[in-house]
Design a protein around this ligand. Sequence first.
Ligand code: NCD
Ligand code: ZN
Length: 344
Amino acid sequence: MDQLNIILPDDWHLHLRDNESLATTVPAATRGFGRGIVMPNLNPPVTTVAAAKAYYDRIISYRPEGSDWEPLMVLYLTDNTTTDEIRAAAESGFIHGCKYYPAGATTNSDSGVTDLANIYDVLETMQEVGMTLQLHGEVTDCDIDIFDREAVFIERYLKQMVKSFPNLRVILEHITTQQAVDFVIAGNENIAATITPQHLLYNRNHMLVGGIRPHLFCLPVLKRDIHQKALIEAAVSGNKKFFLGTDSAPHTKESKESCCGCAGCFSHPAAVELYAEVFDQAGALDNFEAFASINGADFYGLPYNKTKITLNKESWTIPESLPFGDSKIVPLAAGNNIKWKLEN
Ligand code: NCD
Ligand code: ZN
């Protein structure tokens, strides 16, 4: 197959940052996507409907002329989120989920929830009003090994949570393990997961053998190859519970190439193509449209995009870096030759 024609995909998990960063991140997010679920981990985080509306307006002001790309906003849950705020979010029409960050789990998560028990009333209200919960599914206990944090979160918290709230719509974001795949498959129809390009393309050997590659460091951290294989199998299977979420997360070159480098991979410059390569290598291009353009929209109860995109089998090289304000940003798979290319 030399050409792919599919419904315009959506990105169900991404980071845009704020203010002047939006000049780079918003146009990048529109490339090959109709909509994007915009994570709320700003500093300070987006915790209210009013803050989400103001952020939405700032994002739209950077949308390229003629683009219909739509930011889908998310509230950041804290220990102090009120059930009134959840009800207001559900009525807003532009907020499509609430994000649970365990406090301290990842970039800008310090205001996250310190104990799931603190938000049980909020989860009950979300279940009642049909608001989706997006989960960063990792424990933060210092005695739990970083490679085990997702699996332990599932065992300790998630299994009980989905029993307590069987009608709550839950997305386990950026899954990284066989345990997460198994949990999502075994769950009811209200449980789904997003999968990033980096977790499909790489395992921890790529990040650590022969030297540390800071641009592959993201959270949850890359796991061993058996987990990578389980993720590929889930993504290409056509199962409706798995869909595209890049977790594209821009950080400057200096903040990644540092003695304490930031977590996050900026994949938007070639995101659709990187996923296409995974499906191609697995001999599963027939299921690419379901993963990229259908399953997520179905889970969120949104219509499919009306336009289509074309990908051609055409070799090109992902740029080594891109300008980012006064600095630079190194995209995922920078300098790599890639076989699929999005037609303009
Ligand atoms: C994300 C970021 O930089 O905002 N980083 C990451 O490693 N994925 C936060 C997140 O999604 O965990
Ligand atoms: Zn993220």
